[in-house]
Ligand binder design. Structure first.
Ligand SMILES: [Zn+2]
Length: 523
């Protein structure tokens, strides 16, 4: 089986490798600017993932129930994405280059207010917002405006004007006290010590390549430590070329000590190509970039949680949670999870579905803003409910479509990505490994068609961390899609049937837990 997978992978990957060889073919110097290399696209010119006209895999018709209808849930995701987009348009942060539903800012509060409104419209009467103040030891760094410009030079070919890399995004907490710096670039690739001993990065901006195996979270340790190493060796800045689909801005990875930027896939390919051409022509040192950067650090921010309670006959509490905050459009992180939370509130608010236990729905201020944690604040503000909790369910990144490398490349030779009919894999963590809960989860793929990974797990996400002190089962459903925290995570990649599948599964899980003795949930 392993051989088969490896062989398939090889077939898929040789095509892009050929395309890139083509793009980097040594230099009979071509006419035209920038060594004749195809210029990178404008940001947002084409989607990161192509979504064709063929529809996603439908839900089975006999599972229809109006509160879980996929189209309606997707309309809610669109509304949630709208709060982020409006914040970008109104320049909530600096120049509007950075946007999202950011806790501590109106974009997040408006999303919570909308969720609270939906809880009320569902017929729930015990609904409120609860205030959160950012922990005084914490701060939030946000870039206000920035620009990474490759400086043109006649020796690159006639007409080689300056080029702005529009997918560049500074990594927190980068800063440039003078606001601008200019330096030559040096390519270090995967930047291993064996390679670095041959490269002098002093006084230069080091350019390292990251090819994520899944989402950027998996790369954090390696990327951050290599960037730090480059700065230790004298680099005055680091560019992380993030080889993900499209040409997206990505907010991930940490400070390298000097200004450090993530650069999107197609801008990154362009940069690699011209560094190669310049090297082949003996003018590698002539490739230079100017970085302009303004930033701000925020303290004392205020946010809100939205909380709805359906009282059951029993005092036992089941808590359902979805974070509202997200970077950029955040359709999948966590627009889809929030839409599913609202759908579950509509479901359990119906008299026919009235739970025996109390259910608390939390539209959480989330965890992206340091010093603001929605679940932690919920536990503090509702100690009585938290004390009686039997289970906490975190709904986070749940209905993005799966995608794969496409057979096609763009004009610049970059591999395209295309959505298929199903959802990206969903990991399900049960912190206490309760066999009862694990068996319910095991039934998910067959009963509801959810794409759960095959491995049972006890993982929990950052969002769940606020419940660390409470010794009850904490269940997390979570995709690890590669485009999270990037501008590529847009409404179009959310699957309407996928939203319905996970919502129906979670209703099943919660209903079963509602009827189960405490000791089965928490053995
Ligand atoms: Zn998230």
């Amino acid at each position: 089986m392993r051989t088969l997978i490896a062989a398939t992978f090889f077939l898929v990957l040789t095509a892009p490798a050929l395309a890139q060889d083509e793009a980097r073919r040594p230099a009979a110097p071509k006419d035209g600017p920038w060594f004749g290399v195809t210029l990178p696209p404008k940001a947002g010119a084409t989607p990161a993932v192509k979504v064709g006209t063929r529809p996603p895999r439908p839900t089975s018709p006999d599972t229809a129930a109006p509160e879980f209808a996929g189209a309606a849930l997707k309309a809610d995701v669109e509304t949630i994405v709208g709060f982020a987009r409006a914040a970008g348009m109104s320049k909530e942060i600096g120049s509007g280059q950075m946007w999202g539903r950011i806790s501590g800012f109106p974009s997040s509060d408006k999303t919570v207010q909308w969720a609270v409104d939906q809880f009320r419209k569902a017929g729930i009467t015990d609904v409120k917002t609860q205030a959160i103040t950012q922990d005084e030891k914490s701060s939030l760094w946000l870039p206000q405006s920035w620009k990474v410009t490759l400086l043109g030079d006649a020796s690159f070919g006639a007409g080689s004007n300056d080029i702005v890399l529009e997918s560049a995004l500074p990594v927190g907490p980068s800063s440039i006290p003078a606001g601008t710096l200019t330096a030559p670039l040096v390519y270090v690739g995967a930047a291993s010590p064996a390679v670095l001993r041959h490269i002098d990065v002093k006084g230069k901006i080091a350019v390292q390549l990251i090819v994520p195996q899944g989402h950027m979270l998996f790369e954090r340790g390696a990327v951050d430590s290599r960037a730090e190493e480059l700065v230790k060796r004298g680099a005055i800045g680091v560019f992380n070329l993030v080889r993900l689909p499209g040409n997206e801005l990505s907010r991930d990875f940490s400070d390298c000590g000097n200004p450090c930027f993530n650069i999107g896939g197609r801008d990154g390919l362009f940069l690699e190509s011209i560094l190669d051409r310049a090297a082949q022509n003996g003018i590698a040192d002539k490739i230079r970039a100017r970085i302009d950067l303004q930033t701000q650090t925020y303290r004392g921010l205020k946010a809100i949680n939205g909380v709805a309670i359906i009282r059951g006959a029993s005092d036992d509490v089941i808590v359902l949670n979805a974070h509202v905050d997200g970077w950029f459009d955040g359709a999948g992180d966590n627009g889809d999870g929030l839409a599913v939370l609202i759908a579950l509130a509509r479901h359990f608010a119906k008299p026919a579905n009235k739970p025996q236990r109390t259910i608390a729905f939390v539209a959480s201020a989330g965890h992206h803003t340091p010093g603001i944690n929605g679940p932690r604040s919920f536990v503090t503000a509702n100690a009585d409910l938290a004390k009686k909790a039997v289970m906490f369910v975190n709904i986070e990144h749940v209905a993005q479509r799966n995608f794969s490398p496409a057979r096609t490349t763009t004009a610049d030779g970059y591999r395209e990505a295309v959505a298929d009919s199903g959802e990206a894999p969903i990991a399900v963590g049960v912190t206490n490994n309760s066999p009862f809960l694990q068996e319910l989860i095991d039934a998910g793929p067959a009963r509801f068609g959810v794409n759960f990974i095959s491995e049972r797990s006890t993982f929990q996400s950052g969002e769940t961390g606020g419940w660390a002190g409470l010794n009850v089962a904490k269940v997390s459903v979570m995709q690890a899609p590669p485009l999270y925290h990037t501008t590529g995570e847009v409404l179009d990649v959310i699957s309407a049937p996928g939203l319905e599948r996970i919502a129906r599964f979670l209703a099943f899980l919660v209903s079963a837990a509602d009827k189960a003795p405490r000791e089965r949930i928490n053995p």
